[in-house]
Design a protein around this ligand. Structure first.
Ligand SMILES: C[S@@+](CC[C@H](N)C(=O)[O-])C[C@H]1O[C@@H](n2cnc3c(N)ncnc32)[C@H](O)[C@@H]1O
Length: 228
């Protein structure tokens, strides 16, 4: 466990919006910014193929994923307040949200689950439950890093990062930083669009407020899934 202020310069000159070529490059900058330090116990609850850790890999990294060790991010084995940094890269678009999805893409987003959320509300419910678990296991002043993005589903634009920030705030996770990853979108057969094509994703750096008390099940239930 380590203190960020002692480990990193406050401003490493890293821009908040960039064309990071990969998530691994993004995470390497998160490390340079000091949100992950070398002594930290880091738990990646959606490890997937481990793509976040190809450049920087902390010595104390625990990997969970439904399709890796069967651990559901809604029910983590870690004790309350025992982790310095939780990394959460949940499924990012409801099932059927992208006409260009391939089977591989689908599995990368959802893992081997047959109950992948089919609506924005169900996806948010899943993510909110994971966020509550991340909040339970992170220590006061520790970080929860959430990767997410706005997306079109049906005719509507859904601002998932905003919904996650609001929910985080309600359960003691304060927005400390936000890194916007800009990418060049691939080719498409579509000739018309009802809105701007989405080509950004967000890495939210949420910090558990100091002296936050342990979150009971009734607190989580009281936060409800309806308020976004
Ligand atoms: C966007 S991908 C994460 C990709 C990962 N960061 C990587 O670099 O490969 C989402 C991951 O969440 C996992 N997942 C989906 N639902 C889950 C759940 N309820 N509990 C745990 N993992 C889940 C999927 O298996 C998938 O690997």
């Amino acid at each position: 466990m380590s203190a960020r202020s002692a480990a990193a310069p406050r401003n490493a000159g890293i821009l908040a919006a960039q064309q990071w070529p990969t998530n691994a490059a993004l995470i390497a900058d998160v490390h340079r910014l000091g949100y992950i330090t070398d002594d930290d116990l880091v738990v990646d609850v959606t490890y997937g193929r481990g793509g976040f850790w190809h450049q920087y890999r902390p010595a104390n990294l625990v990997a969970h994923d439904l399709r890796l060790d069967g651990v559901d991010f809604r029910q983590l084995p870690e004790a309350d307040g025992s982790v310095d940094v939780v990394v959460f890269d949940p499924p990012y678009v409801p099932q059927g949200g992208r006409t260009t999805s391939t089977v591989d893409d689908f599995i990368d987003r959802y893992g081997l689950v047959d109950d992948a959320p089919s609506t924005h509300d169900k996806l948010f419910e899943l993510i909110a439950a994971g966020l509550a678990e991340a909040r339970r296991i992170v220590r006061p002043e520790g970080y929860v890093l959430v990767k997410c993005q706005t997306f079109k589903h049906g005719e509507r634009l859904h601002d998932m990062p905003a919904a996650i920030k609001r929910r985080g705030e309600r359960i003691g996770l304060r927005l400390e930083d936000q890194l916007t990853m800009v990418r060049t979108p691939g080719p498409t057969n579509r000739t018309s669009f009802v809105a701007a094509r989405r080509n950004t994703s967000e890495l939210l750096v949420l910090q558990l407020r100091p002296r936050s008390r342990a979150l009971s099940l009734s607190d989580i239930e009281a936060a409800g899934y309806e308020a976004r």
